[in-house]
Design a protein around this ligand. Structure first.
Ligand code: 5AD
Length: 355
């Protein structure tokens, strides 16, 4: 736990160690995921999230198939090896079919050269399986916090922390590269909670980590607690140390420099790369919709086109002394290493070290 509060030289050494380990597995190379924010319609009412169902102030949208495929074409043209389809949480056969159809189309049109990640919330095991069979190979579902009591406090009654954990197990069993993570600086969250978060992610044996600061949103219930929060700078510092610690605990996983970091500091994502992260996610959602997918206030890049977003990311990588690995899917080494250890067939990429 001490490392999460480290300062000065100790902090520098922590980050140095994390970067060394990152470089051991991934070199100074950053992999990109083109982020497509498919829809801000959401059935949930999470107390922290700006696109929660009951927020009347949101202009709701759903990208057309054409808009999604245009974004995919942008990703293909710019040699992004993977895209993430992220959405509010929706249920129902129509939504399940729509996602399955989009995944199939992306795989078909890119001839399987582009990895498709989904981040569409809690779904049934059957739905996860259908999307996997359609060609999605990765899934992101943050646990948000490994403390069930804190989870209860930041969600309406009936939102079941254990079911969310079950979802993560389903995803792993089906065969997805599975990503999870937490928010840092939630009201009432302690440093001890954060230490448990790290152990939770380690025990779950995730392939990808996404850790970002909690950022308040004025049209959400948690905004009432804004005066009790750690300062943005403190949240950023804690997030960076969490990233570094996660890298040290799980050196071969993919770790994102998350966009929320940029909302608390202009240098946030560069700092994350300097603390051991190896993934950046340029937003390639059509510009017109960017502002409507506002999970938290000060979301950066809402006025940027996909081209601008990519340029900004290239600059960040360069400033952190990294290069971008264009044209590679950027699979989690953790996944291929685990499969090699278990003697599974997926050992080709592990053996050659190819991405
Ligand atoms: N601040 C930071 N992150 C947020 N998310 C949702 N709302 C906020 C917020 N106010 C994160 C959650 C979710 C992911 C898609 O966005 O961790 O899993």
């Amino acid at each position: 736990m001490d490392h999460l509060l480290s300062q000065g030289q100790e902090r520098d050494e922590l980050f140095q160690k994390a970067v060394e380990l990152r470089n051991q597995f991934y070199g100074h190379r950053i992999h990109l995921r083109g982020l497509i924010e498919l829809t801000n319609h959401c059935a949930r009412n999470c107390y922290y999230c700006g696109i929660r169902h009951d927020n009347q102030g949101v202009r709701r949208y759903f990208l057309t198939d054409g808009e999604v495929m245009q974004a995919v074409e942008f990703a293909r043209k710019h040699h992004l090896g993977s895209v993430v389809i992220q959405s509010g949480e929706m249920q129902g056969e129509g939504f399940v079919r729509k996602i399955g159809m989009l995944v199939k189309e992306i795989v078909r049109i890119t001839q399987g050269t582009m990895a498709v990640t989904l981040s569409c919330g809690e779904q049934t095991e059957d739905t996860y399986r259908r999307w996997y069979d359609a060609g999605a190979s990765r899934y992101l579902l943050r646990i948000e916090t490994a403390n069930p009591d804190l989870y209860t406090r930041i969600h309406p009654a009936g939102y079941d922390w254990r079911y969310r954990v079950e979802c993560l197990h389903h995803l792993k069993q089906i065969g997805y590269e599975t990503g999870s993570g937490v928010m840092i600086g939630l009201p009432g969250q302690t440093v001890e909670d954060l230490a448990h978060d790290l152990l939770f992610l380690k025990n779950l044996d995730i392939d990808m980590g996404g850790i970002g600061p909690y950022v308040e949103h004025a049209q959400t219930p948690l905004f009432a607690y804004r005066d009790t929060l750690r300062s943005p700078k403190e949240r950023m510092e804690l997030t960076l140390r969490m990233i570094a610690m996660l890298r040290i605990l799980m050196p071969d996983i993919n770790i994102a420099a998350t966009t929320a970091l940029q909302a608390v500091s202009g240098e946030g994502r560069i700092a994350a790369l300097q603390a051991g992260a190896n993934i950046l996610m340029p937003n390639i959602t059509p510009k017109y919709y960017r502002d409507a997918y506002r999970l938290y206030d000060n979301k950066p890049g809402t006025d940027q086109s996909a081209d601008d977003s990519l340029l900004a990311i290239e600059k960040m990588a360069a400033l952190a002394g990294c290069t971008i690995a264009y044209g590679e899917k950027g699979n989690s080494r953790h996944r291929s290493n685990r499969n090699t250890i278990n003697g599974l067939s997926n050992s080709a990429s592990a053996a050659t070290g190819s991405c």
